[in-house]
Design a protein around this ligand. Structure first.
Ligand code: G3P
Length: 295
């Protein structure tokens, strides 16, 4: 059986999807799913669906709000279940933050969530406070930097995690760039190119995957990891987990090119890179809004 050039994760909030996807990976490749990513929106969606059900053994049933502690208990219960399905894999758990959350507060959340399961990877946003927290956390636990939309943000992630003791993932969100008319896969390509001059301590995790072409191009680029929503994973499974041949070309003339910027080089102090990106700010606010809508 073949081995894929990228590790495959499922992006979602439902452990039954983890189970199904891992089963089909095992059947087709002889090895299980490599990991799982979650985020506050995906978890909130799962819990909100339960709130809508009147007769269920769940604190917020019948549309009742949960308390924040109950919502966190549910988040934990979900990732514990996912972790049990893929004990040798990695399960990303995100901190819940606004632009006002301090790096100390994020670190505190991270330390707590890292205790939930033995195979956690804690997600921090690619903001100034997020990366300050991540720089400390990476000496204590595996981490994943989320809401990444630029080469500059990736350079900062690389520098702030230099010398880390645990695996570091960086998650460029390709679909959300496509949504605003820019070629999101170019950010993956540019980060991989920039990291060729590095020591390999950061793995590029292609995220916000919306279609089969995202998967195929990420495989062709040899993105270390691809996280795939279950529906898109199913489409890929229906195509017998097609992999791109040498003639495969990812051509999206309708999307604006995001050029590689040779002037953005590794080797500077992480705080010198321009971290600002409208989609990072917007994404952080949306994650928080979705999460807090539960309580
Ligand atoms: O896990 C985060 C990510 O994959 C988000 O995807 O579709 O909300 O942009 P999406």
């Amino acid at each position: 059986m073949q081995k894929l050039p990228s590790k495959i994760f499922i992006d979602g909030g439902l452990p039954q999807e983890t189970k199904k996807a891992s089963g089909s990976m095992l059947a087709s490749f002889g090895y299980p799913l490599d990991g799982q990513t979650t985020n506050p929106t995906l978890i909130a969606r799962n819990l909100a669906a339960k709130q809508a059900l009147p007769h269920q053994d769940f604190a917020g049933r019948g549309g009742e709000k949960l308390t924040e502690a109950q919502a966190l208990e549910e988040y934990k219960r979900i990732v514990v279940e996912m972790s049990a399905v893929i004990p040798a894999g990695s399960v990303s758990i995100q901190v819940t933050a606004t632009e006002k959350t301090t790096s100390g507060e994020m670190l505190e959340q991270a330390r707590d969530r890292n205790k939930w399961i033995p195979n956690a990877s804690i997600k921090f946003p690619a903001t100034l406070t997020g990366l300050a927290a991540a720089g400390k956390a990476c000496r204590e636990m595996p981490i994943n930097i989320t809401l990444v939309f630029s080469q500059n943000q990736a350079a900062a992630v690389y520098e702030v995690t230099r010398g880390a003791k645990y695996p570091i993932f960086i998650s460029p969100f390709v679909g959300r760039l496509d949504d605003i008319g820019q070629n999101g896969m170019h950010v993956v390509k540019n980060i991989l190119k920039m990291f060729q001059n590095g020591d390999g301590h950061v793995e590029v995790l292609t995220a916000s995957v919306r279609n089969l072409d995202h998967i195929l191009y990420a495989l062709q680029l040899k993105s270390e990891i691809i996280t795939i929503p279950f529906k898109v994973f199913q489409l890929w499974a229906e195509e017998n987990f097609r992999i791109p041949d040498e003639n495969y070309a990812y051509e999206k003339p309708e999307l604006e090119v995001i050029p590689y910027k040779p002037e953005i080089q590794l080797g500077r102090n992480w705080e010198e890179y321009d971290l600002s990106h409208g989609l990072t700010e917007r994404g952080l606010a949306a994650f928080y809004k979705d999460w807090t809508s539960l309580f």
